[in-house]
Design a protein around this ligand. Structure first.
Ligand code: OGA
Ligand code: MN
Length: 196
């Protein structure tokens, strides 16, 4: 477990983002994907918002994902995932004195062709979000499916494909990023480690 945590933290310290190829196990990836599909099919997932000043039509020009917030009580898979997040936060606080004391994570489904334009994850009105952590739930993703996450951390953007089980970690107020459209639905859990 600590190896994955180290990979995320070392990458962030060295070049502004960390990547862990097997952040969650194949079994947990499958269970979370199944839960996301169940939520989607039962109509529980809702279009993500951007801010109170935006209408739904304006939102769609910026981001097209449907989301649902995770709760430990909702399924064994969500409980296992959030417990792993708590272990990561403990590690981060112990090794980097990060002072994280809250977190929030949502499932996300990007329909074929939908995207999230270049943005930062920290809102001006809410500086609680310190670190972003996105975990992918897709089965057999290949480069021809598109749907890359672009990270604008260096001279040219880094492209990350949303391979099931992998996770990417970066500072919410520093790294601008963008989700490119894919040719199939794109499934993930996006979340934030907070200091409030
Ligand atoms: C987000 C986000 C990235 C991704 O939800 O804020 O940028 O790869 N997600 O899904
Ligand atoms: Mn984002």
């Amino acid at each position: 477990m600590e190896d994955k945590f180290e990979a995320l933290i070392e990458g962030l310290l060295e070049h502004q983002f960390g990547l862990a190829n097997a952040f969650i196990s194949p079994e947990l990836t499958a269970a979370l994907r199944q839960q996301l599909v169940y939520l989607y099919e039962s109509g529980a997932m809702k279009p993500a918002g951007i801010g109170q000043h935006f209408t739904y039509a304006k939102n769609l020009k910026i981001r097209g994902d449907m989301i649902y917030w995770l709760e430990k009580e909702n399924s064994a898979a969500e409980k296992a995932f959030l417990e792993q997040i708590e272990a990561f936060i403990d590690y981060l606080n112990r090794t980097c004195y990060a002072g994280i004391n809250a977190f929030e994570f949502h499932f996300a489904r990007y329909e074929t062709g939908s995207f999230y334009k270049r943005h930062l994850d920290q809102f001006k009105s809410d500086q609680g979000r310190k670190f972003s952590l996105v975990t992918y739930l897709n089965e057999d993703w290949s480069a021809s499916d598109s749907g890359q996450l672009l990270l604008f951390s260096g001279e040219k953007p880094v492209e990350i494909y949303p391979t099931g089980g992998s996770a990417v970690f970066f500072k919410s107020d520093e790294v601008e990023h963008e989700v490119k459209p894919a040719i199939r639905p794109r499934l993930s859990i996006a979340g934030w480690l907070k200091r409030i």
